[in-house]
Design a protein around this ligand. Structure first.
Ligand SMILES: Nc1ncnc2c1ncn2[C@@H]1O[C@H](COP(=O)(O)OP(=O)(O)OP(=O)(O)O)[C@@H](O)[C@H]1O
Ligand SMILES: [Mg+2]
Length: 163
């Protein structure tokens, strides 16, 4: 298993805390994401956006969450066998976990390179495949952790602070 992690230096001291397993979010939203289902893909991020809007999160932060979550949701639809998106909402941040069912990413640094894409013709017909989704997720998140390997499942953690 390979790992790619990026951390906004402002939140370096919160890494251990956010990756603890014994912490209870205030709200948990769970969405199934299906392979090649471009009709429903994006609904999880839309629901998350509405939820944090209701909580009074700043619109600029809300947009970052919506963009990062949408790109990750589409990636599961376009490149994997499907998976689950779990949004864990805490008082001052959201931690979204995207867990798919493979086939995994062979080279993480290649996948993170703007313009790199293995999108199929079908995915390109749907308007995706520019190779900009992962760089966009990185830009919009405070902590991003990608764990994957060839023939494994892919797990992506996206953490965005509200302040
Ligand atoms: N969940 C995943 N499972 C397997 N491969 C993935 C997954 N997410 C991303 N990838 C791989 O990483 C590459 C780059 O992803 P990225 O989101 O940056 O671009 P894209 O999805 O190809 O195009 P765009 O996001 O611009 O529509 C993908 O083409 C694919 O090879
Ligand atoms: Mg993408």
């Amino acid at each position: 298993m390979a790992e790619y992690i990026k951390v906004n230096p402002m939140y370096q001291d919160r890494i251990e805390e956010v990756f603890q397993t014994n912490i209870n979010p205030e709200i948990v939203l769970e969405f199934e994401i299906h392979e090649n289902d471009f009709v429903n893909s994006g609904k999880g991020s839309a629901e998350l956006k509405v939820t944090i809007k209701r909580l009074g999160v700043d619109p600029a932060i809300m947009r970052k969450v919506a963009v990062a979550a949408y790109e990750a949701e589409i990636n599961i639809t376009a490149h994997s066998r499907g998976g689950v998106m779990t949004s864990n909402i805490f008082p001052d941040y959201v931690h979204i976990v995207f867990q798919d069912r493979g086939p995994g990413i062979e080279d993480l640094s290649k996948a993170m390179t703007p313009g790199f894409s293995t999108a199929t013709d079908l995915v390109r017909e749907m308007g995706f495949g520019a190779g900009l989704g992962l760089p966009n997720i990185e830009r919009n998140s405070d902590i991003m952790k990608l764990d994957s390997a060839k023939n494994e499942s892919t797990k992506l953690d996206v953490i965005i602070f509200f302040h």
